[in-house]
Write a protein that binds this ligand. Structure first.
Ligand code: SF4
Ligand code: SF4
Length: 128
C-alpha cells in the first residue's frame, strides 16, 4: 500500500509523459508517412496502386465514354505503408508529413481527372 501511494504521488507531481492531443500536437518526424495525396492531373489511372495496396483501400476506374478516371481511397483502411507511393509510375502519389484529423464519420477520398491517351510511337521510316 505504501509503495503504491508513493508511486501515485510521484506520478501526480512529475512531468507528464504524454500530450493533451488534439490540443497539443507533436511535430512529425522528418520521414513520417502521413496523409496520402494524389496529384490527379499527373495520375494516368494505371491501377498499379490499387493492385499493390495490401489493405485494398484504393479503387481506380475509367469511364471510356467521357474520358474521365476516378481514384478513390478509404483513409480509414489505409495502414500508411507507402507501397502505393513507391509503385506509382508518374509519382502522382505522395504522403505529407502531417497527421490526419480525427473524424467520427468515415470519409472517402474521391478524385476525378482526365484520362490521358498515351502517344503512339511513330513507326520507323523505311529506308530503301
Ligand atoms: S499508380 Fe499512380 S498513376 Fe497509377 S492509378 Fe495509382 S495514382 Fe494513378
Ligand atoms: S499507404 Fe499502403 S495501405 Fe495506404 S493506400 Fe497506400 S498502399 Fe494502401
Amino acid at each position: 500500500m505504501l509503495k503504491m501511494t508513493s508511486t501515485v504521488l510521484k506520478n501526480l507531481f512529475s512531468k507528464s509523459s504524454t500530450r493533451m492531443y488534439p490540443f497539443e500536437v507533436r511535430e512529425p518526424f522528418p520521414l513520417y508517412r502521413g496523409e496520402l495525396f494524389n496529384d490527379i492531373d499527373t495520375c494516368i489511372f494505371c491501377k498499379k496502386c490499387e493492385i499493390k495496396c495490401p489493405s485494398q483501400c484504393i479503387t481506380v476506374s475509367k469511364n471510356k465514354d467521357n474520358g474521365t478516371g476516378i481514384w478513390t481511397c478509404d483513409p480509414f483502411a489505409c495502414v500508411y505503408c507507402g507501397v502505393c507511393v513507391e509503385v506509382c509510375p508518374t509519382k502522382s502519389l505522395h504522403m505529407k508529413p502531417n497527421h490526419r484529423k480525427p473524424s467520427a464519420t468515415r470519409e472517402m477520398i474521391n478524385m476525378t481527372g482526365k484520362v490521358k491517351v498515351p502517344k503512339k510511337k511513330e513507326a520507323p521510316k523505311k529506308t530503301d
